[in-house]
Design a protein around this ligand. Structure first.
Ligand SMILES: C[S@@+](CC[C@H](N)C(=O)[O-])C[C@H]1O[C@@H](n2cnc3c(N)ncnc32)[C@H](O)[C@@H]1O
Length: 169
């Protein structure tokens, strides 16, 4: 009986920790919701980066977009706040570890490396802040942004495709 109770308490503890890891992220940005394969492929097509160029993924989730980008020969830096998703994405992308860097942390607070493209799947309320952060980080250097589902108010996308929006800076 004692063992059963210890196991139940341990499982409950694990459940609470996992719930907290996914829950606390909403204080800083979008909750975890993965992009499907079709949209991932379309987003990378829209970005149209060449092998050797660098993609930033802000909120890189379980690593699926980074993996697809690395398969196209891109270098990728992904920022992810949820430590569990960082571990999952490092594991999922292990074969491409020379091309992919996963950074655990809040992308709003980081200084971003130079990039040719950016991919995001955030929330509407963060899009203006994102626009300002890109302008601040890029310091006039060109970069392409693809946002899934959400647009930047007062900035016209250069192309759109089924819920994906391409912006040029
Ligand atoms: C909607 S999901 C998209 C995941 C992935 N980009 C994809 O398209 O499959 C948003 C992700 O951003 C992460 N996130 C939210 N705010 C963040 C922040 N400020 N810094 C780093 N990651 C963040 C969440 O943990 C979540 O994994």
């Amino acid at each position: 009986m004692g063992y059963v109770r210890v196991i139940i308490e341990a499982l409950f503890g694990v459940f609470v920790v996992v719930l907290l890891m996914f829950g606390f992220v909403i204080l800083f940005g979008a909750p975890y919701l993965p992009t499907l394969k079709k949209q991932t492929d379309d987003a990378l097509d829209l970005l149209d980066l060449k092998p050797g160029q660098t993609l930033l993924e802000l909120g890189s989730g379980d690593g699926r977009v980074m993996l697809a980008a690395a398969k196209r020969g891109l270098h990728v830096v992904g920022y992810e706040l949820n430590p569990l998703l960082c571990i999952v994405s490092m594991f999922v992308t292990i074969r491409y570890r020379k091309q992919i860097t996963v950074v655990w942390g809040d992308f709003w607070k980081k200084q971003w490396p130079a990039a040719d493209g950016i991919f995001v799947f955030l929330l509407d309320k963060y899009m203006e802040k994102l626009n300002n952060k890109i302008i601040q980080e890029q310091k006039g250097k060109k970069v392409k942004l693809v946002s899934f589902a959400f647009t930047i108010k007062d900035k016209k996308p250069t192309k759109t495709k089924k819920g994906l929006y391409l912006y040029q800076y």
